[in-house]
Structures are given as C-alpha cells and as structure tokens.
Design a protein around this ligand. Structure first.
Ligand code: MN
Length: 277
C-alpha cells in the first residue's frame, strides 16, 4: 500500500517537474544573431524553445542521451559536443553512465569517435569532483541511480552552514521554489530558523535514503522516502543524512512575509551520534 502511494507521489512529482521545464536558449542569437538571424531564431526558439522543451513527451535526460549519441556518431566532437556533455551532466547523466554510453556508441559509430568523445567527457565529469575520491564518486553515482531527481551541483553557497558535503539541484524555480538537497552520509545542516512575520517556514519531503529532522527540545524524526515534514516559521531545527548512507529530501519554501533564514551553531558529533543509539 505504502509502495503504491510512494509510486503515485513519484509520478505526480515527476510530471510536475516535467511540465515546468522550459528551455531558455540564447546561444544562437549570441553567436549568430547578426550573421544569420533566422538560423539563430530557429536554434533558440524552435530547437530549444519548442523541441527540447517538450519534456512531457521525452525528459531532458533522455534528450541529452539522444543528442550526444547523434553528435558522436557524426564525429562532431567540437564545442557543441562539450556543451551537450555539460548539459547531459546537469540533466542527471552520471560519470558511470556516460562512460557506458560512449563505450556502447563506439561499437556502432566507430572507435576513434569514442576516443574523441571520451577525451571531452573526462574533462566535463571531472569538474569539482576531485574531493570525494573515486569511492565517493561511485557511492554518489549509485545513490543517483535510486533517485528520480538529480543530485545537482556541490552546495558551495551554503557550505559554511553544513557539516559534510551536500548537493543542490533546483527542481522548480517558478511559483513555488523547490530544491532537491542531497547529503552524503553523516552530513547535516547547522541549527537554523526560517523566519517570517506571517506564513513562511519549510516543507521537507524525503526522496531517497534515510535522514533525520530534529526540532529543538523534541526527539529526532526519521525521514524516509515519502515522509513529509512541516516546519513552521520561527522553529529552531536541523536536517540531514543518517550515519550509514546517502540521503535526499525536497526542500520547499513556504510563501510568507519578510522571510529570511537565520543560521546558527553546527550540530556537534556528540548530539548527532546520540541519535543512532
Ligand atoms: Mn530547514
């Protein structure tokens, strides 16, 4: 029963995400707007604005896969392949997957084309991923395969307010802001308060793995895929992964007046370790 509800929730969330994708592309106008204005307009408004944006028919990840395959098969290994490899990575294709994809293409499109593509892909998937080491990368990629939302990019903007490494992927940037937040094992954010003079607060929905939500003065609450946590404005709390695995939750900002976040002290190892006993 639970599983059916979770699956239904996943479908609803996936459809919402897909329905909201609208690709904004300016590369055509930036590079060819003066020389070939019609080509630029077709590139930006039709190829990206219409075809790529039809994400309810075929998702961005799949469109990336098809595009990469087409380019490599033709031996196009210039800046356009780099662009599409970068966007494939943003669209959730992991390092393990691109390695497998190009290996597969090699047999159908040609060995030298795969070599050329690998040389570019290595650079794209190496960016900013050196700190976790090969084992960390493999664990993160394995976690990605069990999750419908992308892990996204290292959460550098808020790194000062986290213990351990976290990652951020925007799921919705319009109407209601929704982020998928991924935590490596033991990673958690500092104690913090979502302030607002009315409304405000935050909703968390567990996506994959196991995590914790802790409100000051109350016992910690376990977050599993599908768990919904309602955090009123003004309540001091933290959230993060359990000690034994990766964890991700959606973070949804609740609209309010004069909203702001107040970041407080880190959750100590003693406090954190006490949870699992
Ligand atoms: Mn919070």
């Amino acid at each position: 029963m639970n599983r059916i509800i979770l699956t239904a929730l996943s479908v609803i969330l996936t459809l919402n995400v897909m329905a909201q994708e609208k690709i904004v592309q300016t590369a055509g106008r930036d590079q060819l707007g003066t020389f070939a204005p019609k080509f630029a307009q077709l590139n930006d408004d039709v190829l990206f604005g219409e075809v790529w944006s039809r994400t309810d028919s075929l998702g961005l990840r799949d469109r990336s896969l098809v595009t990469i395959t087409s380019l490599i098969s033709q031996g196009i290994t210039d800046s356009s392949l780099i662009y599409h490899l970068q966007s494939a990575k943003r669209n959730g294709i992991t390092r393990t997957e691109i390695s497998e994809i190009i290996t597969h293409i090699a047999f159908y499109a040609g060995w030298p084309k795969a070599w050329a593509a690998f040389n570019l892909a290595k650079g794209v998937w190496a960016d900013g991923e050196g700190d976790g080491g090969a084992a960390g990368d493999a664990a993160r990629e394995a976690f990605q395969r069990e999750m419908i939302f992308p892990i996204g990019e290292p959460n550098t903007a808020y790194a000062d307010y986290f213990t351990g490494r976290s990652y951020l992927a925007p799921v919705s940037r319009e109407q209601v802001m929704v982020y998928n937040v991924t935590f490596e094992p033991r990673c958690r954010n500092n104690w913090h308060i979502h302030h607002a003079t009315s409304g405000g607060g935050q909703v968390l929905i567990g996506v994959a793995g196991r995590g914790w939500y802790r409100e000051e003065g109350k016992p910690a609450v376990e977050i599993l895929p599908g768990t919904v946590i309602n955090i009123p404005a003004g309540v001091k709390h933290w959230h993060g992964a359990a000690a034994d695995g990766w964890f991700a939750h959606l973070a949804i900002e609740v609209a309010g007046e004069n909203t702001s976040n107040e970041w407080l002290e880190p959750v100590t190892d003693e406090e954190y370790d006490a949870l699992e006993k």
